[in-house]
Design a binder for this molecule. Structure first.
Ligand SMILES: Nc1ncnc2c1ncn2[C@@H]1O[C@H](COP(=O)(O)OP(=O)(O)O)[C@@H](O)[C@H]1O
Ligand SMILES: [Mg+2]
Length: 421
């Protein structure tokens, strides 16, 4: 068994984030077994390294490794690709063909985007996982194969199960061991390491001088949300390496190249831990509104559940439950979001709305540099911060603050006491 460092070097994996290391360690650890592994993570987080490591560190390493992108193969041909077909099984099947599961006998198959498999294929896959048995398309002869399966999915597989698009039994079968890869925004310490690596790769590839980031620009990318994760960062590094004449990227330049305006915000906090600037306020309130919407959805759902249940299930307390769910507020009212004006008057007399944010990066109102230890911002701290902001905004008027937060005055009162506000 090779060490984590050796593996990282061999595969060119950059980063020292604890959760990344834990995921890779887990891959190394389970490699010698034949247990199925499910890799979960957003698009672009580096899921493909996991099956490669597992294959490389297993007794199967001298046999075939086949990576299949389940989302890229048309539904009509996927069974034939995976399990093979008999001559004459369908028009165009002029000869018998082996599928990946037969070719990879003794080796490893990586099923990427496994959530995209059609239900009929999922049945065949479950059978192979349980017994090693399969049949070619158009054949009734049972064949055997010995393949280790590593599958990957984005975080939406649970949703697919709920919608009946992915078999739950297959999910549990694939998920004997689960390896989670963190999104890049949760690995802030690795972002500049990765950027430097990519910048250096592209500098040699295109024979151009290195791109460098000013300290402010480096700080900016470390706090950028990177929804496309490492793939996006890599493409960005390539684009900048090829296009930018000025090889040192300033703060102003980076904000043009990577505008935050159409991004879901990451909540940030100043170095002194107290002051939040106007940009951050806007972001906080956006998060707040999203949370409020979620809360209202949840209320409606719970109410629905209560209504459809027998009243006796609650020993006659239905009314009380409804009250509690709604916190004395009818859904119709609470689903209309309040208009929020959180801009300082002197700066923006006509505040832009959230749907069309227009941030002015040229003045120094927005400064990402003081962001520190964002990991320490727990949910509670965020909540406290939001409540504080809402109270400040409404100059301590609890009723208004509670309305804006989408909670009852009573809840707000409790929170104020809890957080010693
Ligand atoms: N830790 C990392 N170090 C270096 N490159 C990485 C790392 N993680 C991902 N990459 C690169 O990012 C790109 C996307 O990775 P990939 O495994 O295809 O993502 P996913 O399968 O999760 O969508 C690939 O070019 C990969 O080499
Ligand atoms: Mg991939």
């Amino acid at each position: 068994m090779d060490s984590l460092q050796t593996i990282k070097q061999r595969f060119g994996i950059i980063g020292n984030n604890t959760n990344l290391n834990r995921a890779l360690e887990k891959a190394i650890q389970v490699a010698p077994t034949d247990i199925s592994v499910l890799v979960i993570g957003e698009s672009g987080v580096g899921k493909e390294f996991v099956p490669k490591i597992i294959h490389n560190q297993s007794h199967r390493k001298h046999n075939a490794y086949i990576a299949v992108n389940c989302g890229a193969i048309p539904e009509g041909t996927i069974d034939s690709e995976l399990f093979g077909h008999e001559k004459g099984a369908f028009t165009g099947a002029t000869q018998t063909r082996k599928g990946y599961f037969e070719v990879a006998d003794g080796g490893t198959i990586f099923l990427d985007e496994v959530g995209e498999l059609p239900l009929s294929t999922q049945v065949r896959l479950l059978r192979i996982l349980e017994s090693g048995e399969f049949m070619k398309v158009g054949s009734s002869e049972i064949q055997k194969t010995n393949v280790r399966v590593v599958a990957a999915t984005n975080v939406k597989l649970k949703e697919a199960i709920e919608k009946g698009k992915f078999r739950e039994d297959l999910y549990y079968r694939l998920n004997t061991i689960q390896i989670d890869l963190p999104p890049l925004r949760d690995r802030k310490e690795d972002i500049n390491l990765l950027f430097r690596k990519f910048a250096s790769d592209f500098a040699s590839k295109y024979r151009m001088p290195h791109i460098e980031l000013s300290p402010e620009a480096a700080n900016y990318i470390a706090n950028y949300p990177w929804p496309g994760n490492i793939r996006q960062l890599r493409n960005f590094a390539e684009q900048v390496s090829v296009v930018e004449k000025e090889r040192v990227i300033s703060h102003e330049k980076i904000t043009q190249l990577l505008p935050l305006s159409n991004m879901m915000p990451t909540v940030t906090k100043n170095a002194d831990g107290t002051k939040t600037d106007f940009m951050e306020r806007e972001l906080l309130f956006k998060v707040l509104l999203d949370m409020k919407k979620d809360l209202n959805d949840l209320r409606a759902l719970t109410l629905d559940l209560i209504k459809t249940k027998d009243v006796n299930d609650f020993n006659g307390n239905t009314q009380e439950l409804i009250q509690r769910v709604y916190n004395e507020k009818p859904a119709e009212e609470s689903t209309t979001l309040p208009s929020v004006n959180i801009f300082r008057q002197e700066q923006t007399p006509t505040p832009p709305t959230f749907s069309q944010p227009t941030y002015d990066y040229s003045d120094d109102v927005y400064d990402v540099s003081p962001i520190e230890e964002p990991e320490s911002l727990s949910l509670q701290e965020n909540e406290r911060e939001m409540i504080k902001l809402a109270l400040e905004k409404h100059r301590g008027k609890r009723k208004l603050a509670a309305d804006e937060l989408g909670i009852s005055e009573r809840t707000l009162y409790r929170k104020i006491k809890q957080y010693h506000l």
